[in-house]
Design a protein around this ligand. Sequence first.
Ligand SMILES: Nc1ncnc2c1ncn2[C@@H]1O[C@H](COP(=O)(O)OP(=O)(O)O)[C@@H](O)[C@H]1O
Ligand SMILES: [Mg+2]
Length: 352
Amino acid sequence: MIHARGLVQTFHTGRGKERKEVHAVDGVDLDVEEGEVVGFLGPNGAGKTTTLRMLTTLLRPTAGTATVAGYDVATQPVQVRRSIGYCSQVGSTFSGAYAGDEVVDHGMLYGMSRKDAVAKGQELFDRLQLDGLWRRMPKNMSGGQKRRLDIVMGLIHSPSLVFLDEPTTGLDPQARANLWEHIAGLRTEQGATVFLTTHYLDEADALADRIVIIDRGRIVASDTSDNLKAQVAGDLVDLEVSADEHVAVARDKLGSLAPDVAVEGRHVRGRVSRAGRAVPGLLRDLESAGVALDSIEVARPTLDDVFLTLTGRSLRDAEATAEATDPPGGVPPEAGATPSPTTTTTSTGAAR
Ligand SMILES: Nc1ncnc2c1ncn2[C@@H]1O[C@H](COP(=O)(O)OP(=O)(O)O)[C@@H](O)[C@H]1O
Ligand SMILES: [Mg+2]
């Protein structure tokens, strides 16, 4: 569904001596198969939105190629736009008409008949729990309702591929959980392929079959959440022995499975890959050595552990750095509107 090779986006900011190149996306390869839900995870400023804007034809790649739904983003942008739904990070700009009318107009831009657009729109309002809001102006909706309306706009023409840029950023926990259900439903009920960006680890974990991690414009990992965690970090095993004299034996036994073992009081801790398979044997060993345990805890690594192992920084620190190095004024406003066959969007970066 998505195949990208060597995608690059270089922005030029400032003038004269202040002139600077920003390598927002620096050689990205991507393959997304039909029916996959892929989470594109990275700290703020990593290049997620820029990648998405290239894939959705809003921004011309500086270098590299991509096909989306079988069409080339550079030479067949209209076909690409017809085949996809896109919900931008900043949300759609609404004109001040009723929500239902906006949705129907939007569907008609994609060539739907009014009748079909109304039927599909009402079905989506129902499904996304916007029932009763057809004749409400978007400006009078809550944040969560507006975000769901964005998603209706992105889905009105029944695209088989949906791009969502930070779909739940800024929503309260309940609205997030609610939206997660709907996003999961896009595939299960509609068979759609979903490509979503997020800087929330739990969101990528909850929704995505596969996680692609981007940092500083480059892809640093791509795998299932479980495999990523298993490869790089190992599970944290924490043994609490019943008496001080057992500590040394426990350290030895755990040390045969974990590269580093730390001791704190009667706690012996280390990271063990695939602990679920290794721990039963460890327990038998300890028992036959006469070591009794007061407690044992096994904690799966988090995606933040993964990010830390891959980049040497925690995802949260990486965000702080990204923000600190942003030019004053931050990221320029995005071309907000959902792409439609009749809209063309230009931006400073695309004007070459
Ligand atoms: N139009 C632009 N002009 C100059 N720099 C930009 C522009 N858009 C994005 N950037 C910069 O490119 C980098 C990646 O931005 P972005 O793709 O928005 O990151 P993310 O979506 O992962 O937070 C950032 O350093 C950002 O400041
Ligand atoms: Mg972004």
